[in-house]
Design a binder for this molecule. Sequence first.
Ligand code: ADP
Ligand code: MG
Length: 250
Amino acid sequence: MLKAQNLAKSYGPVPILTGVSLEVKAGTTSVIIGRSGSGKSTLLRCLGLLETPDAGTVILDGEQVFDGSAAHRWRFGRERELARHRSELGMVFQRFNLFPHMTAAENVMLGLTEVRKIGRRAARAVAVEHLAKVGLDALADRYPSEMSGGQQQRVAIARALSMRPKVMLFDEPTSALDAELVNEVLQVMRNLSTEGMTMVVVTHELRFAREVANEVLFVDGGTIVESAPPEQIFDSPQEEQTRVFLSALR
Ligand code: ADP
Ligand code: MG
């Protein structure tokens, strides 16, 4: 469903990603782990087409959505095409980025009315349907300031889902939350994974990774050091770097 080959990205002279390749099969969940500053967010932003890689390719559902080879780079600049592909990728960030002056339903409706050009009444129905999926239909008319962080993050997930993305990308979705609110968000993600959503999740929640991931990717030094099913990564990592990283967390 989502495939990246040899993605490279530098900020100025500093290489952040140095040839990252990965493949996420339809209906599976890949979890990316790695130390702070190792390039996880940069990788996710490249996959989500929010950042232009310097080189490499991104293929979404069989369609090449980014080609870093010189001759085709300009494709990335075609705003309409880019906007379409971006809307096929649901992004959820550490900070929820809800508009404070809009209710939960209005936040979810925004992409439907502005990007998909759906009328307000129909958009409202879709919004409430997706708020129900995250257990929040009863709070559809609340403002973000009237909701807990966990509830706000679930609204952000409903907002992404309402666009019917092909892939959901999560960047540390629970790390801004108070500990007691983490599980309600992870539970929503667990359900999505079980229902067959294709997902890429950057997280430090290793228990979640073990339970939910089909594949865990350990990123370090701008590249994927090791990728394997969770049991292998956590119980018998093959690479020294992976062992060092994991033992520091235990
Ligand atoms: P992670 O998500 O794994 O913590 P990031 O992808 O956020 O890592 O960052 C990787 C490195 O790239 C860090 O050293 C960070 O300071 C740097 N970086 C991230 N974004 C930018 C940017 N827009 N400009 C310059 N440097 C950046
Ligand atoms: Mg990050």
